[in-house]
Design a protein around this ligand. Structure first.
Ligand code: G6P
Length: 438
């Protein structure tokens, strides 16, 4: 007899896994867990062994009867699941380092999810996400697929439009904004409400409430000279003028669109100083983390994990899972099919909006026209995303070029062509859908 949720984690060898296990343990009363199966490819087997041993120590310390097992057989792990969590990275951090450095050769922002770096990652990742979905379809799986794998907007859109699995895209930025507001006002995170809309890594809290009272203007006042951001994004103040002009709280990733010159300057300064791109720094953080994880005395999530950009990701994952599992309604910001929420975007687009989560899944709570101050940017990026998903599925090179030309962080057609050539050549082992000349 089933005694709790059965979860498969694809990319189980990730250094983030202890974060997820910690979240599942913290919310065990809301959602008992019977089995967690970590899945990885053979290159990730050693990391998966290390995180599984730490995870088992964490489970034992908390006195829970959860079976945690590991496998390289993904299809077997997808059987009889309530939830499948995608947190894999095709090509690992080495591929990420290439994604970040190729655009910089041509004077463009080098970032893992926005700009041409996110495009390269989408081409590699979407076919694998769809293979997982295909396996789930063939197994007749009714599991919810919770996707954290970046670029989350495009991966989720591909799953929603090219498979029949029940997919929800998740991100830690909205909850990080909520946590930051709660801390600034000295209230609990659940006291903070946000009317939230946009695309993943291009989203806005349009109105913000504390216990139902509209505090948007106070939040904007606090946020204007606050250069706090996610651990992975360079510090940069928004400034009063900008926040007054748009009158909304932006996702930290908007810094790449609105302060592109300064972000690029900081990225090149890091390269010049020999620090490498973010992927290179994450490799060093990961090496330390995996050393720490191997300490047999360690029985909890170590504080060093906060150096990664994914803080609170388990809060999001576990909150969504437990609301679905127990049919307990909760408002959260997730990535789902647009439908009629943002009428100026295609109905089949993935959008990041406030949503009601319960046993039926996620339904948008937000709906409305977008303010003119951000509408153009969101529509342009969605057009880029639509084309990128199409290129990733079809392997059509001219669609890929059209996608890059539409990305606001790619400065010209000439640069788009050069970046595309480098991406296709340097990822050839991961892009079987494209015919690549050597
Ligand atoms: C943020 C983003 C995630 C991303 C992470 C990267 O949290 O929302 O989508 O994966 O940063 O952090 P890292 O430590 O890998 O640079």
């Amino acid at each position: 007899m089933k005694t709790g949720a059965r979860i498969a984690v694809i990319g189980g060898g990730s250094s983030y896994t202890p974060e997820l296990v910690d979240g599942l343990l913290n919310h065990y009363e809301e959602m008992p867990v019977e089995q967690i199966t970590l899945v990885d490819i053979s290159d990730g087997a050693e990391k998966m062994r290390i995180v599984s041993e730490l995870s088992r120590r964490m489970i034992e310390k908390r006195g829970r009867k959860i079976t945690l097992d590991t496998t390289l057989d993904r299809r077997a792990a997808l059987k009889d699941r309530d939830f499948v969590c995608n947190q894999f990275r095709v090509g690992g951090l080495k591929a990420r380092a290439r994604d970040e450095s190729i655009p910089m050769r041509y004077g463009a922002i080098g970032q893992e999810t926005v700009g041409a770096g996110g495009f390269a990652k989408a081409l590699r990742t979407i076919p694998v996400a769809l293979e997982i979905a295909r396996d789930m379809e063939e197994l007749g799986s009714s599991a919810w697929l919770l996707n954290f794998t970046n670029p989350a907007s495009m991966v989720t859109q591909a799953l929603l439009n090219h498979s029949t699995v029940r997919a929800i895209g998740l991100c830690n930025v909205p909850i990080t904004m909520q946590m930051g507001i709660a801390e600034a006002f000295g209230v609990e995170p659940d006291d903070v409400g946000m009317d939230f809309f946009g695309l993943n890594h291009l989203s806005f809290a349009r109105r913000i409430f504390i216990k139902g009272r509209d505090v948007t203007q106070q939040v904007l006042h606090i946020a204007s000279d606050d250069n706090q951001t996610m651990a992975n994004i360079p510090a940069q103040e928004w400034g009063d003028d900008l926040l007054e002009a748009i009158n909304m709280l932006p996702n930290s990733y908007l810094r790449y669109y609105w302060f592109g010159d300064e972000m690029y300057r900081q990225q090149t300064a890091d390269l010049d100083a020999g620090k490498g791109t973010r992927a290179i720094r994450v490799m060093a953080i990961e090496a330390e983390l995996f050393k720490t994880y191997q300490n047999p005395e360690l029985k909890e999530k170590p504080p060093e994990l906060q150096k990664r950009g994914g803080a609170y990701y388990s809060e999001v994952a576990v909150s969504v899972m437990s609301s679905i599992y127990a049919n307990r309604p909760r408002e959260m910001v997730v990535n789902i099919r647009n439908g009629h929420a943002l009428p100026e975007l295609p109905e089949n687009a993935s959008v990041e909006v406030s949503a009601l989560i319960d046993g039926r899944g996620a339904r948008p709570l937000y709906s409305g026209l977008m303010p003119a101050s951000v509408r153009g940017l969101i529509q342009q990026v969605k057009a880029y995303e639509d084309l990128t998903v199409e290129a990733a599925v079809s392997g059509d090179r001219s669609v890929a070029l059209a996608a890059l030309v539409n990305n606001p962080l790619v400065p010209s057609v000439d640069v788009a062509e050069k970046i595309l050539l480098d991406i296709l050549r340097e990822n050839s082992g991961y892009l079987p859908q494209f015919e690549v000349e050597a």
